[in-house]
Ligand binder design. Structure first.
Ligand SMILES: Nc1ncnc2c1ncn2[C@@H]1O[C@H](COP(=O)(O)OP(=O)(O)O)[C@@H](O)[C@H]1O
Ligand SMILES: O=C(CO)[C@@H](O)[C@H](O)COP(=O)(O)O
Length: 467
């Protein structure tokens, strides 16, 4: 029986699943933590991958890595990092992004060129920040990779072994210098961002092309970005919208045509199958809940039951959840706000519920932004760490005003990477047919009034603080 491994190297941790390549049955799982912070030495991801792999990666027939998107891994001529990687959620590059938008002639020009308007998260903005603030590091930068590209390269042997650094369409589409519509790099935009420098970029592989082999002989598939991995792991189709509640909150869908829109809220990414993955990303999802539990002095698992003890609307408390600044809406300097406090409503259950409602109102806005681009949402699926709290799906159905599907908790990003590895191994035109996850279906409430009121209160609070 051939086996394949999928790696999810995400913001907070590295997860590994080993699967039967034919059926997708998960045979083993592993996990290891990543360091805190928004800049990380790539070596820490490698150590976490080895720990999560726990000796299993040496025994599989094929494997692939899906990684947190956009992170800047700048390497010198010997292939070593010139500094720690700047992650997607590092907001120091906000001004650099705004400058790039102006220099190209406005957001429409970026949407037209690469389907995505730079914000602090996008790699091209991080390159500009490096050029402007650390020119000595910029001068030493010979090659630029993304987190999944770098890990894929290490699996194939790494620098000095003859292994070629590669990436895939999905992750390349989050750089701001690769066009999903053209399927090509825009080196002019790279040069614009990086003071005229044009470092080496990884070759962009097609969905089933292999990156190489591990020293143990396993086929290494192209890998992809973590959201593209989740799409493949869930086997979504046009009409499905996935809301992923990890460190980031993302809302994304599969489309047959590239999407590019000038407000910059919807990023026009590519997927891992040759299609497209328009996506809205927030900086604040699962950690809104974990921070709230910490502040209330309760275990994370107790937050859901506590929130359930409050009425919809949390007695008038509204949490704007921008704890790490925010990407959508583009408020990189924002902080969270708790509004509507009165003597009568300052109880832990209301605070717990306001946190869940605030996180989900931000995601409801994300869903609306996708719909505004004619993305159909016939089915809304919720995944990611925060989806493990049953109350999240229930309150989501209320706030989104739609039924929601909560697939059985699983590492869908890692599963998608494993499915890509099985696909590359089989060499078939379509990915192997792996059964779709069992799911809990939560109907929308018959009366949508409460959900609408929660969203109105959230919108009012936001315009009171940010206009
Ligand atoms: N039962 C739960 N309820 C709410 N949040 C949870 C639960 N279990 C895990 N989480 C949160 O999920 C987050 C990790 O989710 P994950 O999707 O793995 O993130 P990432 O992929 O960004 O590393 C953590 O912030 C953790 O606090
Ligand atoms: O920046 C994005 C998408 O554009 C994020 O979704 C990152 O890809 C990190 O994902 P998680 O660690 O939250 O899964």
């Amino acid at each position: 029986m051939p086996t394949v491994a999928g790696v999810d190297s995400s913001t907070q941790s590295c997860k590994v699943v080993v699967c039967d390549a034919d059926t997708g049955e998960v045979l083993h799982r592993g996990r290891a933590a990543h360091p805190e912070g928004t800049e990380v030495a790539p070596e820490a991801w490698w150590r976490a991958l080895l720990e999560a792999g726990n000796g299993l990666l040496e025994r599989v027939d094929a494997l692939a890595v899906a990684g947190q998107q956009h992170g800047l891994v700048a390497l010198d001529a010997t292939g070593l990092p010139v500094r720690e990687a700047l992650l997607w959620n590092d907001t120091r590059s906000a001004q650099a992004a705004a400058d790039l938008v102006d220099e190209l002639g406005g957001p429409e020009k970026w949407a037209e060129a690469v389907g995505t308007v730079p914000v602090a998260a996008i790699t091209v903005a991080k390159l500009r920040w490096l050029a402007a603030h650390e020119p000595r590091h910029a001068d030493r930068t010979d090659r630029v990779l993304l987190p999944h590209d770098w890990l894929t390269w290490q699996l194939c042997g790494g620098p000095g072994t003859g292994a070629e650094p590669v990436t895939d369409r999905g992750d390349a589409s989050g750089t701001g210098y690769w066009s999903p519509a053209e399927g090509a790099y825009r080196r002019d935009l790279l040069a614009l961002a990086f003071g005229g420098r044009t470092p080496e970029l990884p070759r962009v592989l097609g969905p089933t092309e292999a990156a190489g082999r591990t020293p143990y002989g396993a086929l290494v598939a192209a890998g992809t970005g973590d959201n593209m991995g989740a799409a493949l792991g869930l086997g979504i189709r046009p009409g499905d919208v996935v809301i992923s509640l990890g460190t980031s909150g993302t809302a994304f869908a599969l489309t047959e045509h590239p999407v590019g829109e000038p407000t910059g809220a919807v990023a026009g990414f590519a997927d891992a199958t040759g299609r497209y993955l328009p996506l809205v990303c927030t900086l604040n999802a699962a950690r809104v809940l974990s921070s709230t539990a910490r502040m209330l002095g309760i275990a994370l698992d107790d937050l859901g039951p506590l929130a359930r003890a409050a009425d919809p609307g949390a007695g008038g408390l509204v949490l704007l959840p921008y704890l790490g600044g925010e990407r959508t809406p583009n408020l990189p300097e924002a902080a969270g706000s708790l509004m509507g406090m009165r003597k009568a409503n300052m109880h832990p259950p209301n605070f717990a519920r306001a946190a869940v409602e605030g996180m989900l109102c931000n995601m409801a806005d994300a869903l609306d932004r996708l719909r505004a681009q004619d993305v159909e949402a016939r089915r809304v699926l919720i995944i990611g760490g925060a989806a493990k709290a049953p109350v999240v799906g229930e309150i989501a159905a209320e706030i989104f005003g739609t039924p929601v599907t909560v697939p059985e908790p699983e590492e869908y990003v890692a599963l998608g990477a494993a499915r890509q590895a099985a696909w590359a191994l089989a060499g078939t035109p379509e990915p192997p047919h792996w059964p779709v996850a069992a799911a809990r279906q939560i109907p929308a409430p018959a009366d949508g009034t409460a959900g609408r009121r929660i969203r109105e209160a959230y919108a009012d609070a936001r315009s009171m603080v940010y206009g």
